[in-house]
Design a protein around this ligand. Structure first.
Ligand code: DGY
Length: 332
């Protein structure tokens, strides 16, 4: 293939050099400097003449952008979640969307558990106390947290990551696992992660630790708000590794301040990277900057999968993890 005949693509956020090199073997590549985030207008500008884009979940691909970028054929998301894609509009425009599932499942489940543990056992709150030089006080209940082993783990959203968290809870920590999901798992899957299907109301009422792992959809917006928090145990912890917007962050901050639940661990936020200021001012919340899948091997695997989707589609008309395969069918 000569340089001139290579399709042009945009890497919308900086990726590892190995991923960039892989893409350069097939495409004319425009990259983005490390740390740079394009505004929607800049993104449109940079996508002119491009056949593909590698996105990270922060770039919205909607009807407006598609109309302004008529050469675009594929957007490959470097994330399993794809609520930044308007898939219906992409299908109408004949633009394929792909995501990066599976390669991050176990890593993300590890983090879900890490956040649960840090939240229940008050890890960051106690570290702040130590760093502030306050460890000249001691009492028997100093940073006494909630028990984890042997308690009831609730999981809202039982996809691959939810099941991996369930296995950790059941097999590793002897927890009773309850879950609620749009559809119930088959018997074998329930047995594998020793999880019992319950209504959302029962999940809220019974869970000692409630982990949210459902995908963001308009219907899932504020799945956990003041009314749902009111149904939880006052001693419960809430962990959100799903998406911002699934929890009403203002209502949660209020509930944490008033101790209507014990604590929360949040990796995702409404309107991130902004964080609701009230959350920054309550002590009983652990806050992390959307890092659940962030280990180097996993981020490399996610980026390589996104790159491989771009390569497969733009050079061979197929994709590894297509979200709207109707586009592939229509093109053949
Ligand atoms: C995902 O892949 O959707 C995770 O949230 C990491 O971005």
């Amino acid at each position: 293939m000569t340089g001139a005949s290579k399709p042009a693509i945009l890497i919308a956020r900086a990726v590892f050099p190995e991923v960039e090199s892989r893409l350069r073997a097939h495409f004319e590549v425009e990259t983005t400097p490390a740390g740079m985030v394009w505004s929607p207008d800049e993104l449109v500008q940079r996508l002119q003449g491009k056949s593909g884009v590698l996105t990270t979940g922060g770039e919205r691909i909607d009807a407006g952008l598609l109309a302004a970028c008529p050469t675009l054929r594929i957007a490959a998301n470097l994330a399993v979640g794809y609520n930044n894609f308007d898939l219906a509009a992409m299908s109408v425009a004949g633009v394929l969307g792909t995501n990066a599932p599976d390669v991050l499942t176990e890593t993300t489940a590890d983090f879900g558990f890490a956040l649960l543990m840090a939240t229940a056992r008050r890890v960051t709150e106690s570290e702040r106390f130590l760093r502030a030089g306050q460890w000249n006080q001691w009492s028997l209940d100093l940073f006494a947290g909630a028990e984890v082993h042997g308690t009831t783990l609730g999981i809202l959203g039982m996809g691959r990551i939810g099941r991996a968290i369930a296995r950790r809870g059941a097999h590793g920590f002897g927890m009773q696992v309850l879950y609620h999901n749009r559809s119930r798992l088959d018997e074998a899957s329930e047995a594998d992660c020793r999880a019992r299907y319950v209504s959302k109301a029962e999940l809220l009422a019974q869970a000692d630790h409630l982990v949210l792992v459902l995908p963001y959809t308009p219907e899932a917006h504020h799945s956990i708000g003041a009314a749902e928090i009111a149904q939880m145990k006052p001693s419960a912890t809430l962990v959100n590794i799903a998406r911002g917007g699934i929890v009403d962050d203002a209502a949660l901050a209020r509930a944490l301040r008033e101790r209507r639940i014990a604590a929360a661990g949040l990796d995702v936020f409404e309107g991130e990277p902004r964080v609701h200021p009230d959350l920054l001012n309550v002590p009983n919340v652990v806050l992390t900057p959307h890092i659940a899948s962030a280990t180097l091997p996993t981020r490399m695997a996610m980026a390589m999968l996104a790159a491989d989707n771009l390569i497969a589609y733009l050079t061979e008309g197929r994709a590894l993890t297509p979200l709207n395969p109707d586009v592939i069918k229509a093109a053949t």
